[in-house]
Design a protein. Structure first.
Length: 133
């Protein structure tokens, strides 16, 4: 809750570029412990992803989806890392003025049935050739 409150107060219509330092701050506020277990190449991939997403003029929903998808691919190995992907997705939504007043909870569908969610992600990887193989 405190991480989402910080996102709402700091990122609503904020033109600032999201940096890796911002990601670290959100990980700390949200107590995403597995973030600190990631290796240097994961951190570099995240920095590259943030730069790539923000170098294009994509819709905030597309940006949120790309960020979330990256963290889904890490969630097999790091249990609570998906929380960070959801929060980072919210940053992009709030930057684009998608202020849902905490009404939008796009992670609710997979939280209740994690096994089914991961089966669907595996199927997408096989069929669509997305994410790490």
């Amino acid at each position: 809750k405190s991480a989402l409150d910080a996102i709402i107060s700091q990122w609503s219509l904020n033109p600032k570029i999201v940096t890796f330092a911002d990601l670290e701050t959100i990980a700390e506020i949200a107590d995403v412990r597995s973030f600190w277990q990631l290796n240097r190449s994961h951190f570099q991939d995240m920095e590259t992803l943030l730069m790539f997403i923000q170098s294009h003029n994509d819709h905030p929903i597309v940006q949120a989806g790309l960020v979330f998808g990256h963290f889904v691919s890490l969630s097999y190995q790091y249990k609570d890392i998906m929380k960070l992907g959801v929060l980072l997705g919210y940053i992009f939504l709030y930057k684009g003025w998608y202020d849902f007043r905490k009404l939008l909870v796009f992670e609710e569908g997979f939280v209740h049935n994690r096994d089914l969610f991961h089966k669907r992600v595996d199927l997408m990887r096989q069929v669509s050739n997305i994410g790490p193989q």
